[in-house]
Design a protein around this ligand. Sequence first.
Ligand SMILES: Nc1ncnc2c1ncn2[C@@H]1O[C@H](COP(=O)(O)OP(=O)(O)O)[C@@H](O)[C@H]1O
Ligand SMILES: [Mg+2]
Length: 307
Amino acid sequence: MTDNHADRPAEPPKIWAVGGGKGGVGKSVLSTIFALWLARMGKRTIIVDVDLGGANVHTLLGIKNPPRTINDYITKKFPKLEDICIDTGVENLRLLSGASEILSLANLQFAQKVKIIQGLRQLNAEYVILDLGAGTSYNVLDFFLIAQRQIVMLTPQPISIQNSYAFVRNAVYRKLSRISSQKPGLLSIIKSAMDPKNELNVRTIKELFRVIRNDGGADVADFLKKELATIQPALVTNMIRNQKDKNAGNIIQLVSEKYLMIKPIDLGGIAYDYQLNSMVSGMTPLAETDPSNEAFAGMYDITTKLI
Ligand SMILES: Nc1ncnc2c1ncn2[C@@H]1O[C@H](COP(=O)(O)OP(=O)(O)O)[C@@H](O)[C@H]1O
Ligand SMILES: [Mg+2]
């Protein structure tokens, strides 16, 4: 295989993160397909399996045992994340595997997270795709928030819509608390407001800003408002079976505008695809997918929109 990663890039890579509340909605499969399409478009791409502890992207790419993983970087076996990337057999696509028996995102320490984030920004690639894994722990949210493209995956099931909305909501509050970390008074207001049943009676971001203003923080409220504008989740609804299923993203859009003062983009839906599902079950590498496959083709359009 030719090494087309030899020259250092002039610019840091564009990071796309794929998150969403729940497991099983297709984050890993669709992250891998994003990466495959970007690579096929000639973009030097690295897919990063940030689902430490539950990593499965290597399997989706047909790699049995990744020889190096993020764990080797954390334990300083390799000084740069770059050194841990492995070839996938697909031109322009490398993998940074998170497979680890000892690490999980849940127990990743702050300094380790900072080290990984710094490493990601120095990777020699045009695109870096992060498959975040399930949940809304701070670590998951922090990886989501560093990305230039913040992709939220859901399925049309009501539970999944709720979970994905909760993910977006938690990301908004996490962002606000991170930028308020130097101001203890403000931080405690935001932290109380995070609890949906808080005593401040704050139910929406608008109400939170009102409380902050009343507390003498008009400038702070304006500043936070501007910061909020940097959160623009891109919604992808996976496993669509009918016309009605396509409304799921729109529901999250409406609720986010009303309660969170942010405007997610609805990128549309990906069809439920039996062929894709049986490839995954049969451990056939996703790179071998027939290009006429409906879900695969649908992902091409979404990738193009995100570029
Ligand atoms: N569009 C789709 N059509 C059919 N099955 C899908 C589709 N997307 C994902 N799946 C299946 O859903 C399951 C979970 O996918 P996965 O990507 O592992 O989810 P997550 O990473 O969110 O936990 C897999 O078995 C996969 O084959
Ligand atoms: Mg996954």
